[in-house]
Design a protein around this ligand. Structure first.
Ligand SMILES: *Cc1c(COP(=O)(O)O)cnc(C)c1O
Length: 396
């Protein structure tokens, strides 16, 4: 728990709630620890879609080698927020305008998602472009079957089917494609993998890529094994094991001397640095269960509704009670925390344990730094937007 963030939440005026509060010093510390756990030959990119807020991107700048962007909008935004930082440009469904903008921007790496895209890129490339082929690989020995957000190892719209890769290699050898320089392979196959699962998947991707390079007489320069490092919302203290992952990648690199690896996590970098703070507007009992209704809801923090978890929270008791009538309070050891939306899906936490929760108390929802505000349906029901606070503690 960030003391800096919690103290700030206590000082906010009621009309500043709900509030997104970020501890950027905590983020810097975490990202530096992730970087330190990785071997030198692993480049760390941040997947901007997890949280593209400019202060967040800037706070990561010292720890990351670059940023992964997946649209023309992210490309323009990240370039402005962290000028000069290397960018990897991916995403299915790139428009002609996006292709032109990314060529003009001179992105560091281009993740090609289809044969048609490769042809369009070659036609649009007015300058050299360094490309990785994004391939939907069947690796991981069943690891990918059980994860929530699988983007590969099964039929999906992401990347190239392995059967299409030889045609890409053939095209890349022709004069019309001379401006495209093949640097290697990219695969982002799933989100939510623990370190041992990530290592199994990374090993599978590298071995497939090495076999491809050998069979086509190419040097294997680079493999990007994607993001998707697990974040456990049920247990905020159970962090992805970056040390074990780094050690495993070091062994993988030992077996492939000329290779540079790249990873591009989003959630596991920024989830922990953000809090969504609000106040309890009402407490009621319904058919034997306690409900606390808070200011705001899943239109600001959609993550628990889409993933089906309870967002972890801390109660910040507020002793002042301005009304002459009794304060509504929970009577049970658990409470369901819902928001202001007129839908039963607007639940932030389901039957979560509390000592007591009263009208007027504040709640600080943790792990709200990734896929939180920016994936939420802000305008549904037209409630006011939260306020935003990017805190930076004293340099340590
Ligand atoms: C979303 C995404 C990531 C980041 O995934 P996380 O689960 O946030 O780590 C990385 N690469 C690609 C191609 C993605 O689509």
């Amino acid at each position: 728990m960030s003391e800096l963030a919690l103290r700030h939440i206590d000082t906010l005026a009621p009309d500043e709630l709900p509030a997104y509060v970020y501890d950027l010093s905590e983020l810097r510390k975490h990202a530096a620890a992730v970087r330190a756990a990785l071997p030198q030959r692993v480049e760390l990119y941040y997947a901007a879609k997890a949280n593209p807020e400019a202060p967040v991107l800037a706070a990561l700048r010292d720890a990351v080698d670059g940023y992964e962007v997946s649209s023309g909008g992210e490309l323009a935004h990240v370039r402005a927020a962290v000028p000069g930082a290397p960018l990897a440009f991916g995403g299915p469904g790139k428009t002609s305008a996006e292709i032109a903008a990314a060529v003009a921007a001179g992105v560091h790496r281009w993740h090609v998602e289809s044969v048609h895209e490769l042809r369009r890129l070659a036609a649009a490339a007015t300058r050299p472009v360094d490309v990785l082929l994004r391939v939907n690989l069947p690796v991981g020995d069943g690891t990918l079957d059980s994860v929530a957000l699988a983007m590969g190892g099964r039929p999906t719209p992401f990347g190239l089917d392995p059967a299409e890769v030889p045609e890409c290699l053939r095209l890349l050898g022709t004069p019309e494609f001379a401006r495209l320089r093949l640097r290697g392979i990219h695969a982002h196959l799933a989100s939510g993998l623990a370190a041992s699962e990530q290592l199994a998947v990374a090993t599978g991707i590298v071995e497939w890529s090495a076999a491809l390079a050998e069979s086509h007489g190419l040097a294997l320069e680079e493999v990007n094994v994607g993001g998707g490092m697990a974040v456990d919302y049920e247990d905020p203290s159970a962090r992805f094991d970056w040390t074990a992952f780094g050690e495993g990648l070091a062994e993988l690199l030992d077996a492939h001397p000329g290779l540079t690896l790249r990873i591009e996590p989003g959630r596991a970098l920024t989830a922990y640095c953000g809090w969504y703070a609000t106040e309890v507007l009402d407490v009621k009992r319904s058919h034997g269960e306690d409900f606390a209704v808070v200011r705001g809801g899943t239109h600001h923090l959609r993550t628990p509704a889409t993933r089906g978890h309870s967002q972890p929270f801390t109660v910040r008791p507020v002793d002042a009670w301005p009304h002459p009538w009794p304060r509504p309070a929970t009577t049970e050891p658990t409470v369901t925390v819902s928001g202001q939306l007129c839908t039963p899906k607007d639940v932030l936490a389901h039957r979560s344990p509390v000592d007591t929760l009263r009208g007027g108390d504040r709640l600080a929802f943790a792990m709200a730094g990734a896929y939180a505000w920016n994936i939420s349906h802000h305008d549904f029901l037209m409630h006011p937007r939260p306020t935003f606070h990017h805190l930076d503690g004293p340099a340590s």
